[in-house]
Write a protein that binds this ligand. Structure first.
Ligand SMILES: *[C@@H]1O[C@H](CO)[C@@H](O)[C@H](O)[C@H]1NC(C)=O
Ligand SMILES: *[C@@H]1O[C@H](CO)[C@@H](O)[C@H](O)[C@H]1NC(C)=O
Ligand SMILES: *[C@@H]1O[C@H](CO)[C@@H](O)[C@H](O)[C@H]1NC(C)=O
Ligand SMILES: *[C@@H]1O[C@H](CO)[C@@H](O)[C@H](O)[C@H]1NC(C)=O
Ligand SMILES: *[C@@H]1O[C@H](CO)[C@@H](O)[C@H](O)[C@H]1NC(C)=O
Ligand SMILES: *[C@@H]1O[C@H](CO)[C@@H](O)[C@H](O)[C@H]1NC(C)=O
Ligand SMILES: *[C@@H]1O[C@H](CO)[C@@H](O)[C@H](O)[C@H]1NC(C)=O
Ligand SMILES: *[C@@H]1O[C@H](CO)[C@@H](O)[C@H](O)[C@H]1NC(C)=O
Length: 460
């Protein structure tokens, strides 16, 4: 047959190829930017999908395997939902050329080992859902390169460990939630957990695991509890550990702390043991409050502070107009002076149980340096320049669209309200920041204690 002699099949083929790119598979529903093929009995990806879409919903199907580069032609794919399928592993290169993905839901599948290569290249990914699989291991490099990650869900799996060390400030600057609850962790590398960025620590869920009660574990949770993290508050009862690893002897360790009494006194009552050393950094003239929060609690405690300037201070011998101490042990300085800097050691004594525990706070009072003014000045200048640029943008940019969209409100630079460098210049900032954290359970030092101000020490 002479090519082209019968144009109809060729035309039909052309039509088919062309239209297949545009039309919606019969089992799916397609809207402007969404293709929904949920609960469609699919065992593999539909062969032809519309060209451009942002969301692909494949939830509740029977997909057990996908080939390399399955999503590579979906250049705008941001949300990939594949919950409730049958995936046991992911092919090498599955997400090749799919780096537009920002939200990936693989929950309720049958994944077993999360291999290092699984999410390689997904540097825009913000949310990763892997809960309710059969995951026993997450390989060390899995999260590396996922620099946009904000939330990662690994709960309801069979994990006994997790590569905490692979998460650092610079590697995952936006990570604020790591859910490892309802797994099978018994012991964790607590030193690695203490080294996690504070935002990750704040958003780390570890309840309903199989933790074994011991002092190193307790000391980590004790710190988090002290800082009032919601991750602990919201699941107080689900924080359980088993005594000597015996699951029948489980205690809710945030409620019942008696088992850990020996952690701070190490069995030797006569030896006061430092619970923690924290650091406080203030500028001269600020009000400072130091809480004497130790492992001891109860009504019959008495407190004493050893201060660098005045020696031992108790509620009764205090002789300083600028300093006061309340019955609960809180020491308050009305206006800190540079020469107030130094180590403050508080001892709480329980005279009935003959126990005492100490807490050390390293206070550094800085002169309100010219530098902080400069920072404030620079920020102010930055604001002015930004405003000018916005005005220039508003009035000089030719308005192309007919509707003339409202410009977004200018974003206020985060630094502008950072109490760390501006307290002395714009005190309202401090007040606002303060309100935001107003319901924090314990604040060591009211005006400007940042979370980084609390330092870990190992119990000795
Ligand atoms: C990925 O993209 C590159 C260049 O954009 C291309 O050369 C390569 O063939 C693509 N890979 C797949 C599996 O589509
Ligand atoms: C605790 O974890 C187990 C599996 O490890 C799960 O079956 C159970 O539902 C979880 N309980 C809660 C309260 O989350
Ligand atoms: C704490 O120490 C006391 C005295 O050494 C001991 O009798 C007690 O069993 C210890 N408690 C725990 C929970 O280990
Ligand atoms: C702590 O307790 C021990 C023994 O009870 C006692 O000798 C010591 O003086 C106490 N320390 C303080 C600062 O009260
Ligand atoms: C308080 O200190 C002043 C001098 O610093 C001293 O004269 C006075 O006696 C002290 N009062 C008490 C109650 O210790
Ligand atoms: C101690 O009491 C003072 C007021 O007397 C209060 O401001 C402070 O928050 C209390 N500290 C603690 C830890 O309860
Ligand atoms: C600490 O500094 C203040 C002024 O900043 C001064 O009045 C006071 O005498 C100093 N105290 C000591 C013990 O040096
Ligand atoms: C307290 O902190 C300052 C500054 O960070 C440091 O130079 C000093 O050595 C610390 N003191 C103690 C006792 O840790």
């Amino acid at each position: 047959m002479i090519p082209g002699a019968n144009p109809i099949p060729i035309l039909a083929l052309f039509y088919l190829l062309h239209s297949s790119e545009e039309t919606c598979p019969s089992m799916c529903l397609c809207t402007s930017d969404t293709v929904s093929c949920s609960s469609s009995g699919l065992t593999k990806l539909p062969k032809f999908l519309p060209k451009f879409f942002v969301t692909l919903d494949l939830n509740h199907n029977h997909i057990s395997w996908l080939g390399a580069g399955s999503f590579s032609r979906m250049s705008r794919l941001e949300n990939l939902r594949m919950a409730h399928n049958q995936m046991t592993s992911l092919t090498y290169g599955l997400f090749q050329n799919a780096s537009s993905i920002r939200y990936l839901d693989l929950s309720s599948n049958k994944l077993q080992v999360v291999e290092q290569h699984y999410f390689q290249g997904l540097w825009r990914m913000e949310e990763l859902m892997l809960f309710n699989n059969k995951i026993t291991q997450v390989e060390a490099g899995t999260l590396s390169g996922l620099s946009s990650l904000k939330k990662a869900y690994f709960s309801l799996n069979q994990l006994t460990n997790f590569p905490f060390f692979s998460i650092q400030d610079h590697s995952h600057p936006f990570l604020t939630m790591l859910d490892l609850s309802s797994n099978r962790m018994t012991r964790l590398p607590w030193e690695d957990l203490k080294a996690l960025p504070s935002l990750v620590q704040r958003g780390l869920f570890l309840h309903n695991n199989s933790l074994i009660c011991d002092c190193s574990m307790y000391s980590v949770f004790w710190h988090w509890d002290l800082r009032g993290y919601d991750t602990l508050r919201d699941f107080t009862e689900e924080h359980i550990c088993s005594i000597y690893g015996d699951p029948r002897a489980s205690i809710q360790f945030l409620r019942h702390t008696r088992f850990f009494n020996n952690c701070t006194v190490e069995g030797a009552v006569s030896q006061p043991v430092t619970v923690l050393l924290s650091k406080v950094l203030v500028t001269e003239g600020q009000r400072v409050r130091l809480d004497c929060q130790t492992s001891l609690s109860g009504a019959n405690l008495s407190y004493a502070w050893l201060t660098p300037k005045q020696g031992v201070i108790t509620q009764y011998n205090i002789n300083d107009t600028l300093m006061s101490m309340s019955a609960n042990g809180t020491l308050e300085m009305q206006a800190a002076k540079v020469n107030d800097s130094g180590l403050y050691v508080c001892t709480a004594v329980d005279s009935i149980q003959v126990l005492n525990a100490t807490r050390e706070i390293n206070v550094t009072v800085l002169l309100p340096a010219a530098e902080s003014f400069n920072t404030g000045y620079t920020t102010l200048l930055g604001c002015v320049v930004t405003m000018i640029l916005i005005l220039v943008y508003l009035y000089l940019t030719p308005c192309r669209c007919s509707c003339c969209k409202q410009p977004k409100p200018p974003v206020i630079p985060v630094g502008a309200c950072d109490p760390g460098n501006l307290t002395s210049v714009f005190s309202p900032c401090t007040a606002d920041q303060h309100k935001i954290h107003g319901n924090k359970h314990v604040a060591f030092m009211q005006p400007m204690l940042s979370e980084e101000g609390l330092e870990w020490t190992s119990e000795s």
